[in-house]
Design a protein around this ligand. Sequence first.
Ligand SMILES: *[C@@H]1O[C@H](CO)[C@@H](O)[C@H](O)[C@H]1NC(C)=O
Length: 365
Amino acid sequence: MCSHLAFLTTLVLVASVQAGPRAYPRQACTAAATTAASASAATATSTTPLHSAARAAGKLYFGSATDNPELTDQPYVAILSQSSMFGQITPGNSMKWDATEPERGVFTFAAGDVIADLAASNGQLLRGHNCVWYNQLPSWVSSGGFDNATLTEIVATHCGTVVGHYAGQTYSWDIINEPFNDDGTWRSDVFYNTMGESFVPVALNAARAADPKTKLYINDYNIEGTGAKSTAMVNLVKSLKAQGVPIDGIGIQCHLIVGEVPSTLKENFEQFTALGVEIAITELDIRMTLPSTTALLAQQQADYETVISTCTEVEGCIGVTVWDYTDKYSWIPSTFPGQGAACPWDANLVTKPAYDGIVQGFESC
Ligand SMILES: *[C@@H]1O[C@H](CO)[C@@H](O)[C@H](O)[C@H]1NC(C)=O
C-alpha cells in the first residue's frame, strides 16, 4: 500500500491536479495513489461501505446527518439505513432549541424521537445536536431580557430536559455549538452577553447530571487547522478541565472548500487530543463553486481523502459524520449561493469520486 511506486504516482498526480492552496507535502504512506484510476470519472469506483471502512481503520463510526423532511424519500432512506454504510446519524434540526422548547417550559420531542428511533432500528449510534447555540433559538430566549440568574436556570433546564429525554439513546451530544468568533473571541450572543463564560459549565453540568454516560462535546467550525479560533478552543477545554467541569470531546465541523483544506489539520487534531478529550469530525462537506467539473471532482476526492486520512492517523479522532450524504439535501446551495456539490453522493444518489477519497482515507496507514 505504501510502495515507492505508489508514492511517485501520488506526487505526479498531486502536481497535475493542483488547483489551489492545498497540496501540502503528503506522507509517503497516505494512500492517494488510487486517485489516478478515477480522476477522470464523475462517479466512484469503490463499493466498500463507508462505516465498514471506518471500523477497519479502528474508528467507531462513519455517519451522516439527516433531517425529518427527507425521511419520506424512500431511496434516500434505504441508503441512510444501510448499517455497513452509516454507523451513526445526527439530526440536522429536530433536536435544536427552536424544535425542542419553542415556548418556555413546553418541550416537544416528536420530531427528534423519529430520528432517535430510526437510529435505534438501524442499529446506528446517535449524536445529539445541539443544546446551546445562538442560532435557531426561539425569540423567547434571545429577546427575553432575562437576567443572569434567570437565564442560568433556563439553560440548565433546557439542557437537562433535552439530554435527559434522550438519556441512554445517544453516544454523544453537542452541548455547546459555535461559541467563538473566527478571531477566537467569544461570540456576542444572549448567552455570553448575559451569563459570561458561565453558560458553558452550566450547560455541561446540567447535561452530565441528566445523562452520565453520553459524551459531552463542544462543536465549532473553522477549527480544522491551527489558528486563533483553535487556540481559543484549547484554552476553553483546559480551563473547563482545571475547574472539574465535564467535557469529553471537541467536534470539528469541517465545512470545507475544495482546494482549501488547511495544511495544519494533523497538528491541530493532535493538539486537541493532547488535552485528554476525544475529537470527531461532525459536519463534513467540501463545497465548490458550481458547475462541478471533472477537475473539481478530482480535487474534491483528494480533499476528502486528506481529511479522512488525518482522522485515521490521529488515534483520538473517533469518527466522521458528513453533513448529509447527498447533494440532494445539502445545506450548501441555500447558504452559499453559487456553491454546492459538497457531498459524497450526487443529487441522484450516485456516489462521486469523493466516495473513493473517503475509502482511501480510511485505508491510509
Ligand atoms: C453570571 O453568574 C455567574 C454565577 O452563577 C457568574 O459566575 C458570572 O460571572 C455571571 N456573569 C455575568 C456576566 O454577570
